[in-house]
Design a protein. Sequence first.
Length: 257
Amino acid sequence: MSFARFALRASAVRALRGATLVGDNVRDSDFGAIDIAGDGSLRTDQDRPFVLVYTDDGEATETDLRSLRQNGAVDFVCEFGIAAAMTVLDEETGASHIAGISMPPTDANFELTLDMIDRQIVAALTGQGVWAEIWRRLSLSVTKIERRRAAASDEGMRLAARQMRVRLDLLPDPVAGQPMAPGAVWADFVAAITAEDAVLGDVAASFLGGQDTALTYDMLRAGRGHTEAEGRALGYGPFHPGHPEYLITDPRIETDV
């Protein structure tokens, strides 16, 4: 699993919880929320409006030599839906309304609810807050946005759903073991997720493979997929592995002006 994908989903879920009409019913990769039966009809096991977040197809076409860290273009997906069964009865008036939303369960109101949730998702992911900021910092750009609609009305099950598919230029995963610079998005994500959920904090730490205190030539090679011979030929590989020069104690980038 890609660490960047995990961070993208985790930050999105936390940015969206409480920010839309669905309240805290925001799920990470809960693919049972919308199910396609054998006859092609839609089903849901949810009892109230929901948002489902997951990452889908990805493709990296321009990578360093043999670097496998590249995530490239990745589809970030939000699916959200509402069904006729997601209603509650107002005991005072005797009328039913959509759970969590004071509107009658009509087809027009289903569509209006989807429009509202769609708008709120966009506002949450582009707005203020620690998690929204981390979500944005995990990608370099948005290259494509698609919205797809799905609906079903059979055997009393009326379901309306929408999928928002955002193609992102996702950052490459960090090199395992490489020290994280203070203020880097990876460091900020690990700190934020650990403060909220110690178990997920341990998961994030395991993704990173333990943080060494010094940068090594092996880390540079791993980041680019070079062999030892290629590293030496390019001028950054050590000529005496194990010697003190093997550690990079003062990394600097020099450029010709």
